[in-house]
Design a protein. Structure first.
Length: 247
């Protein structure tokens, strides 16, 4: 039997950019722990007169930008799962079965890592801290956590991951539709940024929490792409020849 599925050769990955930029961003974030930048940015969204963050009880930020937007991304993920399952049976989807599988895996990993990491790091949310009307003591990311009966669950940013997980679309489209892939990257970055700012306005996360989330989501999606879809020209030629052999 001869396979008709074609896997195009991938454009070369510039690992100096794909890995170098996240690495530099991570180093900068660690250095920023020595400054008060997170606190200073959080204060921009805090109203000391009201004793709360300006977006804490915002219907738009909580019900629309948080709950409804998250549900839309979840619905998209469910459709991706159905599409991947259907690709085993529908001829129209078989040529992109690997892309759909990569998309599903990326979306799953880039969102599911958040909860266990939050439990391990126990970083407090801004709204829980003494500086913003709470009762918890602030501690830097790499510092020991002060004793508390209510460990934090705020690093990395969960809602930011809902947006940044769509970096997966960039990689899935990268080889077949490069122009659309660039638009998907801009969309994912913009959506993750909007979600991040919304949660900062509510006091749910510091700026650095969300940037770390973007780094993790990018690396997860990059890794899934590299191991599932990335086919440099020489490797792609070998794959096509192997698939053309009758079995």
């Amino acid at each position: 039997m001869v396979s008709t599925t074609a896997h195009p050769a991938s454009r070369p990955l510039d690992f100096r950019v794909c890995l170098g930029v996240p690495a530099i961003a991570a180093i900068i974030l660690l250095l920023l722990e020595l400054t008060s930048l997170d606190m200073d940015l959080a204060r921009l969204f805090y109203d000391p007169v009201a004793g709360d963050f300006i977006g804490r009880h915002s219907y738009f930020l909580e019900d629309i930008l948080h709950d409804r937007a998250k549900q839309v991304v979840i619905a998209f993920s469910v459709l991706a799962i159905f599409g991947f399952i259907a690709s085993f049976f529908m001829d129209r989807l078989k040529p992109i079965k690997r892309e759909l599988g990569c998309l599903v895996l990326s979306l799953a990993l880039a969102t599911s890592f958040v909860t266990p990491v939050k439990a391990v790091t126990a970083v407090q949310c801004p709204w829980s801290l003494e500086q913003f009307g709470g009762h918890e003591i602030y501690s830097e990311l790499l510092s020991p956590r002060p004793p508390t009966e209510k460990p934090g669950r705020c690093w990395p940013g969960g809602h930011a991951a809902t947006g940044f997980t769509l970096f997966a679309l960039f990689f899935v489209l990268r080889d077949r539709r490069p122009r659309l892939a660039r638009k998907a990257f801009i969309f994912a970055f913009a959506l993750g940024s909007v979600f991040s700012i919304g949660r900062m306005m509510q006091g749910a996360h510091f700026f650095s929490h969300n940037v770390w989330t973007a780094i993790f989501c990018w690396l997860i999606c990059l890794g899934a792409y590299y191991y599932i879809l990335y086919r440099p020209e020489a490797k792609a030629d070998r794959v096509v020849k192997a698939e053309s052999v009758s079995v």
